[in-house]
Design a protein. Sequence first.
Length: 413
Amino acid sequence: MDRRRVVITGLGAITPVGLTAPESWQAVKDGVCGVAPITQFDTTGMKVTLAAEVKGFVAEDHLGKPEAKRMGRFTQFAVVCAREAMADSGLKAEEEDLDRCGVIISSGIGGLAITESEHDRGLARGWDRVSPFYIPTAISNMAAGQVAIDTGFRGMCTCPVTACAGGTNAVGDAFHYVRDGYADVMLCGGTESAVTPLAIGGFTSMKALSQATDPNRASIPFDAERSGFVLGEGAGVLVLEELQHALKRGAPIYAEVVGYGATCDAYHMTAPRPDGSGGAKAMALAIADAGITADQVGYINAHGTSTHLNDAGETAAVKTVFGDHARKLAMSSTKSMTGHMLGAAGAVEAIFTALTLKDGYLPATINYSVPDPECDLDVIPNTGRSADVHYALSNSLGFGGHNGSILLKKWEA
């Protein structure tokens, strides 16, 4: 079967460092840290007081008050990002075969804040008095569903719920769906808004979050003093399109998607395999899927969460896959700036990886200070740099052992 070529033609993002894809990318190039004290609830008495929140987002400015009221914050992010991506691509729904257009948008947790507030309401007023909108606004798939409603896309619409790997799974699955002829256009990505007391408390009790009080020493991937991740929120949505379809309408092309690999550690609820073998296999599968050799990859946007096990395991995985070439490629974690956006992380990082290839600029791992012998590759410490890279990987590793890796190629007409 002939494999169709798939390109990225539109980007939309809302992140802790910007309210659009261009704003977010410029902030990443500038090394802006999005970590700050939590403002969405009172953290008095809590061990964790920092998060990477989206700042300045007013849903009503984009959606109107009635529409915004019937969406959870994670869904609002997704719909606004999808509209940005559609506008960026120049894609007009009325000119498309909507049965050949689909949506895959991940969310790891969905509307947790809604669940918390409706639980309080049920306790106070009785369980039959919770909002009739509770279920249809809180369930994780509703972001994908609302994006499909907003665009009119009638092809496959689904929501990978694979924790921190979800955004990458969404982009990878969409890539294969277009490549193999099931659709011509896919809106794909991830969204998350889980900076809530219950989420922070749950991650804190399992010792996953950094308890640092200095925002510049909290999310510090690959640093020897790393002590946990910083919870972030936001969304990223990409337009993936069959190449001839994109060329026919003169669409802008950011990068080509050429490979995807997904595996499972089948090892532990939360910890990755110490040798990183599951992540290594995902990267190897993505490279094989593209039909290239490992030494052609020049940059990796790492999962790099700032936890001890993850960063050490991912470094080991890269060494396994790339051998001597691991010392020659560059690998950075933009989570040093955005925090960890869970189900949205892989999508936003796919956007950053595409822009890395397009602009020839490798983003830094900021706030890096103390080298770790277990993480001894080139992590682009503190300052990004220009580089002409032709292939780049983006990795995501999730609770439950989920591993995803996508391979992008610099667009060259």
